[in-house]
Write a protein that binds this ligand. Structure first.
Ligand SMILES: Cc1ncc(C[n+]2csc(CCOP(=O)(O)OP(=O)(O)O)c2C)c(N)n1
Length: 532
């Protein structure tokens, strides 16, 4: 107990530990990574034997978290927003099965795409799965929501989706913590088959239950201490805030609110409170981070007469993060760009580190592919995506994790030669392995480069699930060991590397090249740690 200066992510992690967590399951992804890292570094978590190893991907993470919940213990599952696409099969069906021990699923969304391929708003997933959602407006609320959220999950019998965005995850504020609770003992459901076996006949019953539960979720939202109606004297406008937008509105109104404000941080959207605001005010301004989820709900297709302002009518920018300045402009205040970037912050394009093995891999690959004008290189997600930029300009695509192998396969099926895939070691075990099996099964003419730096570098150097086992994994999947070629990406080895690349491009079948050299960042960190 006490007051701490926590990142939003740290507040979530500490709250989970304090609430009697038994396991966190996650795959790294900005801005969610710090939650799991905090738990990994917590002496209390170690003492309490809280599971905290990284999972191979978000789907395996969520399934393991559901398994721990099945066994009656409290579990937390963390991912960045696009991770929920990977875990969506489990996510949608966990809403059907419900849970046993409390389960919180954290989605850390990244509007403005600071380090992501898109800016999807995962409140859409919460609505899609029809489960309750929490979206804190401050670090303290993030703590409180997680601390009490496991009980809410157990009371309702469903997982809770907790949504934060980059600024909430990565900014600090004072947080008051609560007493630490006991972990729950293992207690599997008496007859879990009724809910955890989603055979059609049983699943139909579960779906009816989920539909019936909507009313209960709504009542919870109406009575939630997180959803608050603040009255204000000037009813020409009513303001709805969701999540962190409440924080931004408060910053713009240091002397209190002139207009009535409805703060929503628990979903489903509390209908009675919403009606109260709409009935009381002439026009409505919706401030939300991400998609116009609530705004769209309000407008509907046939809601004539109600004037709603927000992202849909251009009052706020349709894409990108919400900012305190944007909120000020929407309120008609004079804004002096408090949050403009100071000039000393120079914009720099990202680049591969000097001394990075991916550089030497690309150099050799580019030199060989210059001999094959029809070559296409399908890239993937990780540090090596920077190979798209000068000086290498080495890849032709980057869509989602694992897509390099499968896209190269499809292109090879269409006649592209050479069809090359470049994938990192962590991305390969995240979602490349199944694509490799497709290639093996059809003996696709493909050259796959697994650029192995023995870590998950992009997100800060977390353990990579296949370190030390990539060759045996590929052989196990069925790649001919004669065409699994390991090399050390260093300048002095260029000629040998180029010869191997050439040979394997010419081989008509599945080849896997593994340039392996430890990430320069993790190596430097290890060396520093050894010196201490
Ligand atoms: C579905 C999904 N989950 C997580 C991420 C975040 N992320 C981007 S790249 C990456 C892994 C990179 O590791 P690796 O493939 O080994 O390449 P490296 O960065 O080490 O070169 C992760 C976790 C993401 N973009 N998408």
């Amino acid at each position: 107990m006490g007051k701490h200066l926590f990142l939003g992510d740290e507040a979530i992690a500490q709250a989970a530990i304090d609430a009697g967590l038994s396991g966190v399951y996650a795959y790294p992804g900005t801005p969610s990574t710090e939650v799991t890292e905090y738990i990994q570094n917590s002496p209390v978590a170690r003492e309490r034997k809280i599971h905290c190893n990284w999972s191979a991907n978000e789907k395996t993470a969520m399934e393991a978290a559901l398994g721990m919940s099945y066994a009656g213990k409290r579990s937390l599952c963390c991912m960045k927003h696009v991770g929920l696409n990977v875990a969506a099969d489990c996510f949608m069906n966990a809403a059907m099965s419900g849970i046993n021990g409390g389960m919180i699923i954290l989605t850390a969304d990244d509007p403005s795409m600071h380090s992501s391929q898109n800016e999807q708003d995962n409140r859409m997933y919460g609505n899609f799965a029809m489960i309750p959602m929490l979206e804190p407006s401050s670090q303290q609320e993030a703590y409180d929501m997680v601390y009490h959220g496991f009980e809410l999950s157990e009371k309702l019998g469903y997982p809770i989706l907790l949504r934060v965005t980059t600024r909430m995850a990565h900014s600090r504020a004072g947080v008051e913590t609560q007493p630490m609770k006991e972990q729950l003992p293992m207690h599997c459901p008496e007859d879990g088959r009724q809910c955890f076996i989603l055979l059609p006949a049983l699943a139909r019953q579960r779906y009816k239950k989920l539909i019936a539960a909507q009313e209960i979720f709504m009542q919870e939202s109406e009575n939630s201490p997180y959803n608050v109606y603040f009255d204000g004297p000037d009813k020409s406008l009513g303001i709805i805030t969701t999540g962190i937008a409440y924080n931004y509105l408060s910053e713009n109104c240091p002397n209190g609110f002139k207009h009535p404000v409805l703060k929503i941080t628990q979903y489903p959207v509390p209908q009675e409170k919403l009606e109260r605001l709409v009935d009381a005010c002439d026009e409505i301004l919706v401030l939300e981070e991400g998609y116009p989820v609530v705004e769209q709900q309000l407008k509907g297709l046939l809601s004539k007469g109600l004037k709603v302002h927000g992202r849909l009518d251009g009052t706020l920018q349709r894409d990108g993060e919400l900012t305190p300045d944007a909120v000020g402009v929407a309120l008609g205040l004079e804004i002096t760009e408090y949050y403009a970037k100071p000039e000393v912050v120079e914009q720099r394009p990202p680049a591969l580190c000097q001394g990075c093995g991916h550089r030497d891999m690309y150099q050799a690959l580019n030199e060989v592919l210059a001999e094959y004008p029809t070559a296409k290189v399908f890239g993937d997600i990780g540090c090596y995506t920077l190979g798209a930029l000068p000086p290498f300009r080495a890849i032709d695509s980057c869509i989602d994790m694992g897509a390099s192998i499968t896209m190269a396969k499809g292109a090879s099926d269409a006649g592209v030669f050479p069809a090359v895939s470049v994938i990192g070691d962590s991305t390969f075990t995240h979602s490349g392995m199944t694509g490799l099996l497709d290639c093996v099964n059809e003996n696709t003419n493909i050259t796959i480069v697994i650029s192995d730096n023995e870590t998950t570098a992009m997100t800060g150097g977390q353990d990579s699930a296949g370190t030390g086992r990539l060759e045996s994994i590929c052989a196990g999947i069925g790649v001919d060991p004669a065409h699994i070629r390991v090399m050390i990406p260093l300048k002095k080895n260029y000629e040998e590397m180029k010869a191997i690349i050439r040979e394997e491009i010419e081989y008509k079948g599945v080849s896997v090249l593994i340039p392996r050299r430890e990430c320069i960042q993790t190596l430097t960190r290890k060396k520093k740690a050894n010196k201490k």
